[in-house]
Ligand binder design. Structure first.
Ligand code: PGA
Length: 252
């Protein structure tokens, strides 16, 4: 059976000392909570990975980078490669976030390369997809999501695909306080699971974790997570305080 996961996405927030403090708080809260019904992951800036890794129990709190380069090494000033991320002890990378697609021009093809390099480095991937408000309103959102997944992920073998977690994040719900209703999210999650089933079969589809992201908070997480195809969340704003993040972690 698939895993439930609650993953934080800190984005470009916190200095290293602030991030280490927050990571420690999350780690301690997870340890104190005992048996949780989900895995916990924190996605942190590149600069924080090594220091955060040193203060968490990686068996209890997974560690994600928020991006990686589409090359392995060489003359790419300012970039951070998947092997570099893996060498910090991080075990996940978030790829395809709408902020990276939208602000940094990440295309399906670039993301496909990043996916391959991350998997080669042994990282698990939280792969984001989701439509804009315009695409939601003009009814093209399912085609958009299908293309985002098919063109960057569906070249993978079923074995490789087992290392993919999908995050559905409607862009109009990210950081806006406007959550998709649990029914809207469930509809898309079921659609995504159907796409995975068409490509890889029912077994792989049933084993694939699909997270919801976009203004997820302790108050709305229980209703979202109660839906059959919503297996957790990718949490931005509410992951920046241990208390609100843990409020979501314990929502199952
Ligand atoms: P949000 O961000 O929870 O602040 O809406 C979610 C995300 O972008 O991953």
């Amino acid at each position: 059976m698939r895993k439930n996961i609650v993953a934080g996405n800190w984005k470009m927030n916190t200095t290293v000392p602030e991030g280490v403090k927050l990571a420690k708080e999350v780690n301690d809260a997870v340890a104190a909570a005992g048996d949780l019904k989900c895995d916990v992951v924190i996605g942190v800036p590149f600069t924080h990975l090594t220091a955060v890794k040193a203060v968490i129990d990686i068996n209890k709190v997974g560690l994600a980078a928020e991006n990686c380069a589409d090359h392995t090494s060489g003359a790419y000033t300012g970039e951070v490669s998947a092997p570099m991320v893996a060498s910090t002890g991080a075990n996940y990378v978030i790829l395809g976030h709408s902020e990276r697609r939208g602000y940094y021009g990440e295309t399906y093809e670039i993301l496909k390369n990043k996916v391959d390099l991350a998997l080669e480095s042994g990282l698990k991937i939280i792969f984001c997809c989701g439509e804009s408000l315009e695409e939601r309103e003009n009814g093209s959102f399912k085609e958009v999501i299908k293309a985002e997944l098919a063109d960057s992920l569906f070249h993978l073998s079923a074995e490789a695909f087992a290392n993919i977690v999908i995050a559905y994040e409607p862009i109009w719900a990210i950081g806006t306080g406007k959550t998709a209703t649990s029914d809207q999210a469930q509809e898309v999650h079921a659609f995504i699971r159907g796409l995975v089933a068409e490509k890889y079969g029912e077994q792989v589809a049933n084993d694939t974790t699909i997270l919801y992201g976009g203004s997820c908070k302790p108050a709305n997480a229980p209703e979202l997570f109660a839906k059959p195809d919503i297996d957790g969340g990718l949490i931005g704003g509410a992951s920046l305080k241990a208390e609100s993040f843990m409020g979501i972690v314990t929502a199952f």
